[in-house]
Structure formats: C-alpha cells, structure tokens
Design a binder for this molecule. Structure first.
Ligand code: AMP
Length: 556
C-alpha cells in the first residue's frame, strides 16, 4: 500500500470501529432462531457441494472453491466454502492491516524487503472440479500477491510452491541471507515456523555460507523451480559468506536474527494462543526486536487486527472488524478451578452480539459469514480486554476442544500451559530450556494418567543427558500441584494415576511437524497439537523417548 493510501486505511479502521453496531446490523441476514452449529452439522452439505451439487443447498452465492483448515489443532482438516465476496475480504483486510503497519513502522515497502517463510501446499481438486487449498496457499496463488512478491519479499514464488518444504526452506533462507542488507522484517504466519527456520539454519549455515561463497546451489536442491529462481540471484560473494560465517560461528546464538539481518525492524509472526510457548525462545534469538502478532483469523472468517503491534506478546489484543463477518459470542466460565464444571447446554445460553460483550468476560466465538456459515462455532475461546471505539478487543485464550480428561475432569490448553510454565521454571536456573511440549491421556492401564512429552535443550552446549532425573521427577510433581482443583481431588482419590513426563530427543517435534505436513497440513499454517489424538503421531514421539519420569506423590 502506498503511503497516501495508508491514511485512508486508518480512516476506514476508525469508521468501522466507531460504527460497529450499525455495520453488524446490516450483516444480520439470518433469522435469530437459526441454531448454533459446529462443522459436523454442516459437513454433509459442504461434502455434497464438493461432490458436485449446487451451492444453493447451503448458501445463496456460488461457491468458487474451498479453504482447507490446517487440521492440526482440532483434528482432521475441514473444507470451508469460499465465495467471490468472501475471498475479497482477505484483500480488503490486508490493506487495512498494512495501514496499521505503516503507522507504526513507517512505509517498510519503500525501504526494503520482507524475509517471510512461506509454504504452499498443492491444491486438491474436489469431485465437483472445485479447488480446495489452505488460506495461505490461496493467497500465494492470487495474481495480486504474485505481482507484489518480487518487490516486497525475498522469497521467489517457486520456493514457496516447492513440493519439498525443506528444499523450499533452504532456498528461502539462502535468498534471505544473500539479500540480508535489504531485509526489513523477518517472519512467518506463526512463531513455530520462524523457530523451525532458525533451527534449520543452525544445522545448515555452513552449507549456506558455502553456497553464498561459490555462487552455486547445493546439489540436494533438485527442484528445478527453486534452482532457476536461485540462479537469478546467486553470484559468488565470498565477503558476504565470511560475514555470515563469523556471525553464525558464535558460541551463543542470542540475538542472531538481529545480527544476520541488521536492518530488520520487527519479527512478524503470531505469538498468541498455542504460539505463546515459543515467545521466550524467539525473544532470545531476536534480542530486543519487537515480536508482532499481526492478526487473528481462521479459515472460517477473518476476525481482528492488532492495532498496537509494539505491545508485548502477552498483552496482544485483536480489535474485531465488524465488516468481516457477523460475530456472536457464547459466554463461557472464566475459571473452573474450584468446582467441578457443570456441563451447560448451548441452547440455554444467550448469544451476545459483538458490541455487547463485557470486558473481562470469556466467550466462545460464533460466526456467520457470506460463505455459508450460520452461527458456526469456531472453537476458539477469547477474552474481552477492552474496546477500540465501539469495537471490542479480544485476547486469545485457547482452543475449546483441546482437553485432557481421564474421568470427569477437564484440563484445557490454558490449564496445561499454566502447569507446564510452573514446572519448567525448575529447569531454567540449571541451564536447560523446555523448547516443546505436548500431551495425551494414557488409558492403557487403569486408572489412566496424563502423559507430557517434553523436548529439552541445554544452554551453551550443555547436553540434555546431564539433567538430574530428580529434577524431572520434581517437574512432574510441580505440574500436578499446578493443575486445577478437580484434577488434584481425582488424583488424591486415585481416579487418576501419577502424571508422567516423557523426555524426547532433540528434533522429535520437528519430526512431528514433518508428519503432519506429509499428511497435507500446510507448513505455513501448522499449529502443533497441545494434545495428541492420532496413533501415528503418538508413535513418532514414543519412538524418540529418552527418559520417563513419574510424579512420586499425589498433590496436596
Ligand atoms: P486454520 O484452521 O488453519 O484456519 O487455523 C485457524 C486457527 O488458528 C484459529 O481458529 C485459532 O485457533 C488459531 N489462530 C489464528 N490466529 C491466531 C492468533 N492470532 N492467535 C492465536 N491463535 C490463532
């Protein structure tokens, strides 16, 4: 967006947020008595359209294709109908978002390029002939995006569409390093992908430097698109290679992003929700550069924009834009710590309109869109943190359906995050960092118990094997003590057995990511599951376990 357009964009944001109620009312095309639905309710209709029936069995407008949700947070990928109007919303949204970026960081498009790690997945053709692709792949396929790509980004389109994500990643890092003096932002959609990029760099920097020095691309990059695109930019550059080599050769990689890309003004990637576990590690690598979580959206609807990109990751709120969808909210209990949660029926609960939500209250998001979703539960829980004009601002709390449960207790993503945060604090002073975790419920013996998979990294060359087993046992205890009341009661009554931590070797979570990507998840949209439900995924982690530890006593 040109600078003159940016003020227009900011003005539009002001208008939209000031007139939120009126704009929402205009969108309220459905009757209030439409029931609340989940994907399972709509799936038969969506599948029929995908199989060739006309769109009017679900919506008025013709379906032009489908978005494929990532399927990593909630199970199987879902097909979401797309209409021309719906697809245009992304374009509109990007314009508004860019205005906010220019306001805070200046017109970055005029002074440099973005090193953004991007990965498309091949489109799938449904029986009806309509195409299904992830939202990110659909954006990378747009003419407009392809037109601006060479000017604004360091990654050529061929590297984004490379069928092998590792070859694509290698080339994107290579071209980002070659153009390092131009790079103005570094990022990807989600924080975990940026970290994946850094880890890849840790393993490949010598090879990358060699390629930069000689101007020749490594032989294992066999994809012809990648080779052609790289050859247009590569020429022997021993000075640049030496500089990069010296930076990467340092014992500590603290601040490595800043050192490698000295003109970068910020790191752009979502660090909220499931991604908040990566913030500390990412802050280590970018030392002082702001981490910017830009937007909150899903395959179902675009929701909000972060209007304060410079705020700390833990304070990020997304201001909802009323022209993106019709938003309603199902109140949920903020905290179930001290009581066994009563299961409530959605039908008994009144939905709240966008402008009527209350600060401090948590809600489950329900959207109605121009693409055939009516009162659809997205599965995300959000908390109202305030208002911008009349539009509410939300902090992302958790995915609703990610829970561990042995008996009647329910442990949410947030419960788990809190307990892990308490327990991993025991590792930090000893020079170890918990880099990844996930969980599952093991019911192979009775009573069942919670299993946590932890990947741990030693600081400054320390080996994970040096970790005292007593500390790990203490981590198990600390987790149990930090879990909610119901868990602790059940554990005391031996309805739940001792919590277990299984330490897995380095790279296990990368293998997990590779598994999901091989199953069709877009690497750009990958979100590691907080709770493993697939047998195959479980096998991947279990086969890499290097230590098992149990809580020795039931929590107080
Ligand atoms: P997908 O199914 O691939 O479209 O992923 C959409 C989901 O990603 C949302 O429903 C959220 O659970 C998660 N997500 C998207 N944006 C954010 C964000 N800014 N913060 C936290 N989680 C997010």
């Amino acid at each position: 967006m040109a600078t003159n357009g940016y003020e227009g964009g900011l003005k539009t944001i002001e208008e939209l947020t000031t007139n939120a109620e009126q704009i929402q009312d205009e969108k309220q095309l459905f009757k209030k008595n439409v029931p609340i639905v989940t994907y399972e309710d709509l799936k038969p209709y969506i599948d029929r359209i995908a199989n060739g029936e006309t769109s009017d069995i679900l919506l008025g407008e013709p379906v032009t294709g489908f978005y494929l949700s990532s399927g990593t947070s909630g199970g199987q990928p879902k097909l979401m109908p797309v209409t021309a109007e719906f697809a245009n919303k992304w374009e509109l949204f990007r314009g508004l978002y860019e205005s906010s970026v220019i306001k805070h960081f200046g017109d970055i498009n005029q002074v440099g390029k973005r090193l953004e790690l991007m990965f498309a997945r091949p489109e799938i053709e449904t029986a009806s002939g309509l195409k299904a692709a992830s939202v990110s792949t659909s954006i990378y396929n747009e003419c407009n995006f392809r037109t601006i790509l060479p000017k604004l980004y360091t990654s050529p389109i061929e590297t984004i569409f490379c069928p092998d994500p590792n070859q694509g990643l290698y080339c994107q890092l290579l071209l980002g390093l070659i153009q390092r003096d131009e790079v103005i932002t570094v990022g990807s959609i989600f924080a975990s992908t940026v970290l994946r990029g850094i880890k890849f760099l840790e393993n490949h920097w010598q090879e990358l430097c060699y390629d930069i020095k000689t101007g020749r691309l490594s032989d294992w990059i066999t994809d012809s698109g990648c080779r052609n695109a790289a050859s247009l930019v590569m020429k022997p550059n021993p000075e640049q290679a030496d500089l990069i080599e010296n930076i990467c050769n340092c014992k500590s990689w603290e601040g490595i992003i800043r050192k490698l890309w000295p003109k970068a003004r910020y790191i752009c990637c979502i660090c909220t929700g499931i991604m908040r576990q990566y913030t500390i590690e990412l802050e280590f690598y970018c030392r002082g550069l702001p981490l910017v979580s830009d937007l909150y959206a899903c395959s179902e609807a675009i929701c909000g924009i972060n209007l304060e990109p410079l705020c700390k990751p833990c304070d990020v709120s997304y201001t909802f834009l009323p022209n993106m969808a019709y938003f309603e909210f199902l109140p949920v209990e903020n905290d179930h710590d001290e009581s066994i949660e009563m299961k409530r029926n959605d039908e008994d609960t009144e939905l709240v309109d966008l402008v009527n939500v209350k600060a401090g209250q948590c809600y489950e998001l329900v959207v109605s869109t121009c693409a055939g979703l009516y009162r659809y539960k997205v599965g995300d829980v959000l908390m109202v943190s305030g208002f911008y004009n009349t539009a509410p601002q939300f902090q992302f709390v958790e995915r609703k359906n990610v829970i561990l449960s042995v008996d009647q207790e329910k442990t949410s993503e947030t419960d788990l995050f809190k307990a892990v945060t308490e327990a991993k604090a025991l590792l930090d002073p000893l020079g170890f960092i918990l880099t990844e975790y996930t969980s599952y419920v093991d019911t192979s013996s009775a009573p069942g118990h919670y299993v946590l998979f932890w990947e741990i990294k030693g600081k400054e060359g320390k080996n994970c094997k040096e970790l005292d087993p007593k500390i790990m046992v203490e981590c198990c205890s600390r987790m149990e003590e930090s879990l909610h009341y119901t868990y602790r009661i059940y554990r005391k009554r031996n309805i739940i057995a001792a919590l277990e931590i299984r330490v897995v070797k380095q790279g296990s979570f990368e293998a997990l990511m590779d598994y999901y990507v091989s199953k069709g998840t877009s690497l750009s949209q990958y979100k590691k599951p907080s709770c493993i439900k697939s047998e195959e995924a479980l096998k991947i982690l279990d086969s890499r376990v290097i230590g098992k530890y149990f809580s020795p006593k039931s929590p107080l």
